[in-house]
Design a protein around this ligand. Structure first.
Ligand code: ATP
Ligand code: MG
Length: 440
């Protein structure tokens, strides 16, 4: 992509109402714009980060055996009266009336809808277990929207729902999602700790929140220091299909103490002793098992193997896809701007021509651009007629993993400069070697 044709409105000023680094940087680097309180437009660069995160989430849901679908954002109040949540949900629910005065709402979550859809078409125990998911916008009229996309009113969530015949099956589905979540966050370069959590208004008794440690986090969390050495996706390569092997693996992983404020366990904290840590944290995902709460209320029953009717056991599993964009930046930035992990970078390389008015530089940069594109390397080419200093500042601010710099002195000697954004390390290389390096 040529920057001269892109839409990247970067700013020098730090917006006054943005309190935390990730929010300031997302505005300054032209990732988002607020269009109403707690509602954001995703500009081209921000949209690419969002889609990269979405893709990792999707790949790991698929690996875990979950099946993707897409449910609408607008729901009918009727559905929510069936579960009893229409009145219970309170002012966080955005309630709407259509032209026929029918009560509608902008969905804050989808337990009722999936139970209605899946329940109506499932006629036998042989159609279970299933895990279904979608990645869709949600609306919650938060009392205090803040920190940009971290606590917005409209936000993108991946929500999955499991249906099982019995508790043991539901436990396996839960473990599938536990593993998928650990892998998802590890692939994004994030250390997200699964913490024992309260089940909140949804009810049930088995629940973990996935928390990224950050001083700006809204929750207070307590954990064993062993969690400070996060696992890589390669260390999480177990198959999700073997229930007992997976159970043992997850039990091993979650053996060390980690709990949110509501779920603190004094005995285990004494046991952890000197190794007990406390921090602020950002919740990026939440998984919970709640049994038959919705299937019961909404009358979903299937004939079991012995002819008796079974009420399926459910769990639901959320990831804050749009919140993650903020959370990753909160965890990875420096004084010059964003430092994006390779896995979710909107482009892999910022190609910078520091002398757009020099014909030899322009020809060399054009050639590199053509070769990067041909090699399938995502590149943002700063071909604008701007000073080198401004181009460097923009490249640092938007935080692409590599900067490939073309200037007159290098062109003279047949070399280009390659800079790694995360470390600041610079190297002069031949164009061939530079291409091989960034493609790797
Ligand atoms: P929180 O405690 O932060 O309000 P929640 O417990 O209400 O979140 P869940 O219902 O568990 O949220 O939703 C699943 C995920 O969706 C959360 O883990 C979070 O990452 C994300 N999420 C929830 N509310 C918001 C919001 N207002 N803005 C952005 N992401 C959100
Ligand atoms: Mg939650």
């Amino acid at each position: 992509m040529r920057l001269s044709r892109y839409f990247l409105p970067v700013t020098k000023e730090t917006p006054g109402d943005a309190q935390i680094a990730s929010h300031q940087l997302m505005l300054r680097a032209g990732l988002i714009r607020q269009t109403a309180v707690g509602i954001y437009a995703w500009l081209p660069l921000g949209n690419r980060v969002l889609r990269k995160i979405e893709t990792i989430v999707r790949e790991e849901q698929d690996r875990a055996g979950a099946v993707e679908m897409l449910m609408p954002t607008i729901q009918s109040a009727e559905l929510w009266r069936e579960s009893g949540r229409y009145d219970a949900y309170g002012p966080e629910m955005l309630r709407i009336r259509d032209r026929h005065d029918r009560e509608m709402l902008y969905g804050p979550t989808n337990e009722e809808m999936i139970t209605a859809i899946f329940g109506a078409s499932t006629k036998s125990y042989r159609e279970l277990p299933r895990i279904l998911y979608h990645i869709q916008w949600k609306f919650r009229d938060e009392v205090r929207p803040r920190f940009g996309v971290m606590r917005g009113r409209e936000f993108l969530m991946k929500d999955a729902y499991s249906f099982d015949l019995d508790e043991a099956g539901a436990r396996h589905s839960y473990d599938r999602m536990m593993l998928a979540y650990l892998r998802t966050f590890a692939r994004m370069g994030l250390a997200a700790i699964p913490m024992q959590a309260d089940t909140g208004p949804i009810g049930g008794d088995l629940s973990h929140e996935f928390i990224i440690l950050a001083p700006s986090g809204e929750s207070e969390v307590f954990f064993h220091e062993n969690w400070e050495a996060p696992r890589t996706a390669d260390e999480l390569a177990v198959s999700p299909d073997d229930a007992s092997a997976l159970r043992a693996f997850v039990a091993g992983l979650t053996a060390d103490y980690a709990a949110t404020d509501e779920k603190r366990d004094p005995a285990r904290e004494v046991e952890a002793g000197e190794a007990l840590r406390t921090s602020r944290g950002i919740e990026v995902g939440h998984i919970f098992y709640f049994g038959t709460k919705y299937t019961e209320a909404m009358g979903m029953r299937v004939p079991g193997p012995d002819g008796q009717m079974v009420v399926p056991e459910m769990g639901s599993y959320g990831i804050g896809v749009s919140r993650l964009v903020g959370a990753v930046i909160e965890a990875s930035h420096d004084a010059n701007g964003i430092v994006l992990p390779d896995a979710i970078a909107p482009f892999r390389v910022a190609l910078i021509n520091i002398r757009a008015d020099d014909a030899r530089c322009a020809a060399a940069a054009d050639e590199l651009y053509r070769r990067l594109e041909a090699a399938g390397v995502e590149v943002l080419y700063d071909d604008r007629d701007e000073r080198g200093g401004a181009k460097f500042a923009t490249a640092d601010l938007i935080g692409l993993p590599w900067q490939l710099i073309v200037g007159p002195k290098g062109v003279e000697r047949g070399v280009v400069e390659l800079k790694r954004r995360a470390t600041g390390e610079r190297q002069e290389l031949s164009p061939d070697d530079a291409l091989a390096r960034v493609a790797g």
